[in-house]
Design a protein around this ligand. Structure first.
Ligand SMILES: Cc1ncc(COP(=O)(O)O)c(C=O)c1O
Length: 472
């Protein structure tokens, strides 16, 4: 007879306790394969519980294949090929990942302003779409992304970035991190790549994980050094011309021409232009994308809604030159879009009705205010700190003249509850000695908190305001 300790006051129902008890006995071979289980009536009498409880437990064991039933004979233990479940005490303990450090003041360059999002409008578009009238959106959509969103993106790119493309050339995906590996697959295994150094760490990681040969190319105040690129065997260069990440340099006109000439030199050369935060520019006229100057279909243009709408949306896109579009169709003919159709239509409708343009205008004003506040306050410390990369985007680069090292300064800031991001962390070769340079993201800091935050940072570094005789 099966011996079980059934606990009547346990919160687990009796049938569940019984089911688990028999299952464990079968798995641990305490009951042999082919053995007959006691009849429901006998077991109910023995355990002093109702026959219905036994019936439910047996039915569950039957459904999961632990036992079989022979009509009018009874239930028998089945042979199980492998353990269908792992015993609690053999489960590998949870891996505790180090918790992400949080700060009272966080100059994280990936933060955006979350106080000005037009929730009401967004909600209206979402509400309208989650309706029977849009029921076809429950089915799988187009692999390259919804045509309506691709059409809106093509219009927007033409008007704001000078990029001329058709919706057929656009592929939508759930972020740069998901799209870049797709682009890599359009090129043969022996293709060599050039990456900006320092650069966007996610991109460095993607190339390393895909085991692609990479040439790190230095960046100066005019952006990536094309002369260095020309000396390598790279075929494809990934660059951020509008606002180099992370130095903030804008690729100069000369370098733009050099880059396009380099690309035009060989049929295997291409440029991946990542235009991630081009919407926010604070000095001079907007600079068209590199793609807009390209007459040879050599630029793969990429951008994202991460900065312009929200990072959690996970919508980015690339524009393929016609030649690569054919390769794309060959390689990805099985592909389904990684972005939910409903989300794509919310963005498309939001853009179609002019709300995206309105939102960008509003955000530009907000970020400009924050940017101006930050740079004005930092100017008061200009004897000890120098700002670069302040022409666009949502972060600046701060060069600190100090006797302490970059790491020591970061530690001091961290102890004071301030998160700042050393440039060293963005290098492909972080062992190189570097100056004390930090990324200061201002997107997520409320405008009124900028001045006290900078004062707090300078205090913890014992940096004084300029002597009144120093103006800049
Ligand atoms: C250079 C660069 N590209 C792209 C992105 C955005 O990536 P995603 O679209 O995966 O959010 C960022 C975000 O900070 C970035 O710095």
């Amino acid at each position: 007879m099966l011996l079980f300790q059934l606990e009547k006051d346990n919160e687990k129902p009796l049938y569940d306790q019984l089911y688990n008890g028999i299952k464990e006995a079968i798995i641990s071979k305490k009951i042999a394969v082919g053995e007959k289980l006691p009849s429901k009536r006998k077991l109910a009498d023995f355990l002093n519980i109702s026959q219905t409880t036994i019936e439910i437990a047996y039915a569950q064991l039957l459904a999961e294949g632990y036992i079989m039933s022979k009509t009018r004979v009874g239930y028998f233990v089945e042979a199980i090929d492998e353990l269908p479940y792992i015993q609690q005490d053999t489960i590998t303990p949870f891996i505790e990942y180090p918790k992400k450090k949080t700060y009272k003041i966080d100059f994280n360059p990936s933060s955006i302003d979350i106080d000005a999002f037009p929730f009401q409008t967004w909600r209206k578009y979402a509400k309208d779409l989650f309706d029977n009238a849009s029921k076809e959106l429950l089915l799988t959509g187009e692999p390259q992304g919804e045509l309506s969103l691709r059409t809106e993106i093509a219009n927007y790119l033409y008007q704001s970035r000078g990029v001329v493309c058709s919706p057929e050339q656009i592929v939508i995906g759930s972020g740069t991190e998901q799209l870049l590996p797709m682009i890599l697959r359009l090129f043969s295994e022996d293709t060599c790549f050039a990456l900006e150094n320092p650069g966007y760490p996610a991109v460095h990681r993607i190339f390393a994980q895909h085991k692609r040969k990479v040439y790190p190319i230095a960046v100066d105040e005019e952006g990536i050094m094309i002369q260095t690129l020309e000396k390598t065997h790279a075929h494809v260069a990934y660059i951020t011309p509008s606002h180099q990440f992370p130095t903030g340099a804008v690729l100069s006109a000369t370098r733009r021409a050099q880059a396009l000439n380099w690309a035009a030199q060989s049929s295997t050369h291409y440029i991946i232009e990542d235009d991630y935060d081009s919407e926010f520019r604070y000095t001079g006229k907007p600079i068209p994308a590199l793609h807009a100057l390209d007459r040879n279909d050599k630029v793969i243009y990429m951008s994202t809604f991460t900065k312009s709408l929200m990072p959690s949306l996970r919508v980015a896109y690339f524009v393929l030159p016609p030649k690569l579009l054919a390769t794309y169709n060959d390689v990805f003919n099985y592909y389904s879009s990684t972005v939910p159709r409903f989300d794509q239509h919310i963005v498309a409708n939001f853009m179609r009705d002019g709300h995206f343009a309105k939102h960008l205008n509003r955000m530009r004003k907000i970020y400009r205010k924050k940017h101006d506040k930050l740079t004005t306050i930092l100017e008061k410390y200009s004897a000890s700190v120098k700002i670069t990369g302040e022409q666009a985007g949502m972060h600046i680069l701060l060069d600190v003249q100090h006797t302490l090292t970059e790491k020591q300064l970061q530690q001091l800031a961290s102890q004071a509850g301030i998160g700042i991001y050393p440039l060293l962390d963005y290098r492909l070769d972080p062992s190189e000695p570097s100056k004390a340079q930090f990324l200061l993201g201002f997107g997520g800091i409320p405008v009124q908190a900028i001045e006290p935050s900078i004062e707090h940072l300078m205090d913890c570094w014992s940096i004084q305001k300029n002597h009144p005789s120093i103006t800049k």
